[in-house]
Design a protein around this ligand. Structure first.
Ligand SMILES: NC(=O)c1ccc[n+]([C@@H]2O[C@H](COP(=O)([O-])OP(=O)(O)OC[C@H]3O[C@@H](n4cnc5c(N)ncnc54)[C@H](O)[C@@H]3O)[C@@H](O)[C@H]2O)c1
Length: 338
């Protein structure tokens, strides 16, 4: 199978490429990534000489490039996105450009090629955030929950999901969508809460907790997410969405306490900061459909995954120390005033 992975130099995409080439070594993968602040080829340094892997620097918004790349493909897996809610609150232009217009560009390229050879499959990576926010005792989201995005990031992801579905209904482009919970694991850019806290603590710096830490997120280990995407690609029904949850809902405060305890630090390292505007209270995902139809369920227990993740950041300090300079410092100062 020949696959175009977009955004493969980011966190989940790079883990996906590693996962896929290990499981399906005969497949060939092209990684199209614009190398924004979040893209990092070091995430794939162990893969770069694999003869079935090729990197192309470019944007998913480039019509001509997308058209050229899709001609002899079997599958597109679209991870490329602007992915950080806080940055979308500061300025959402790039979110609309990449997440909406970029997805349209890829869909259009896939459609034009599919018309000739009838075979390009399009899998789109989405998020649980498109469903809005749950109350403490609401049932978790599932595939029938109406979309109600509330941040510029989730609105851009929701718009993309609608377009992907529109290409299925209008042009019969063979699509599937996965909506997943918050991912964690190796190679996650240290602006996101888990790697931010781990790397701050490794540097003996305080960790910024929004509000009172009452917001609840469901956590999925990145390889569990990628196994779910694999199951959808191999066994999912065309035109369908699948929720991939981690079965691990936690308040940010409980998450913080776990990180502190696993790293041998005390609560004095917490610094409570002004809450994120419009901060969604709770996300939770019911993955019954993926379990029943695909035989998929998350395999990694949260405590084990978190310990493994902490160990990875401890053992790969050069990776994150390189990142936590330059543009990152400006962003951090703007966001947390430090
Ligand atoms: N991280 C999570 O917890 C999470 C949860 C749910 C869904 N998702 C979705 O999963 C996908 C991957 O997320 P991530 O955390 O790995 O993101 P990330 O920010 O780590 O990586 C995004 C990658 O996309 C690339 N990119 C950005 N704009 C591009 C463009 N115009 N053309 C080509 N490449 C471009 C970046 O260079 C980067 O390598 C995204 O679609 C995101 O919305 C992420």
């Amino acid at each position: 199978m020949k696959i175009l992975v977009t955004g493969g130099a980011g966190f989940i995409g790079s883990n996906f490429i590693r996962y896929w080439l290990k499981k399906y070594p005969a497949d060939s993968l092209v990684n199209l990534d614009a190398l924004t602040y979040a893209g990092n080829l070091e995430n794939l340094s162990d893969i770069e000489n694999n003869k079935n892997y090729k990197f192309i620097k470019g944007s998913i918004c480039d019509d001509n490039l997308a058209y050229d790349l899709v001609q002899d493909l079997d599958l597109i897996v679209n991870f490329a996105a602007e992915s950080h809610v806080d940055r979308s609150i500061m300025d959402c232009r790039d979110f609309i450009t990449t997440n909406v217009e970029g997805t349209r560009t890829l869909l259009e390229a896939a459609k034009s090629a599919s018309r000739r050879n009838g075979k390009i499959r399009f899998h789109h990576i989405s998020t649980d955030e498109v469903f809005g926010s749950l109350g403490p005792s609401d049932k978790p989201f599932n595939e029938t929950t109406p979309y109600d995005p509330r941040s510029p990031y989730s609105a851009s992801k929701a718009a993309a999901d609608h377009l992907v579905r529109a290409y299925w209904h209008t042009y019969e482009l063979p699509i599937t969508i996965s909506n997943c919970s918050n991912n964690y694991g190796p190679y996650q850019f240290p602006e996101k809460i888990i790697p931010l806290f781990i790397t701050n603590l490794l540097a003996n710096k305080k960790i910024p907790v929004y509000g009172q830490g009452k917001n609840i997120r469901d956590w999925i280990y990145v390889d569990d997410h990628n196994a779910g995407v694999d199951a959808i690609i191999k066994r999912g029904r065309l035109g369908q969405s699948y929720c991939l949850g981690g079965n691990s809902e936690l308040t940010n405060f409980k998450l913080t306490k776990k990180i502190l305890s696993f790293m041998g630090k005390g609560e004095d390292m917490i610094e409570y900061v002004t809450d994120r505007p419009g901060h969604d209270l709770r996300y939770g995902l019911d993955f019954t459909k993926a379990k029943n139809e695909l035989g998929w369920r998350p395999a990694v227990n949260f405590n084990d995954g978190l310990k493994k993740t902490i160990a990875w950041y401890k053992n790969n300090q050069a990776w994150w120390q390189n990142i936590k300079s330059g543009e990152y410092l400006e962003y951090y100062k703007k966001q947390y005033g430090q």
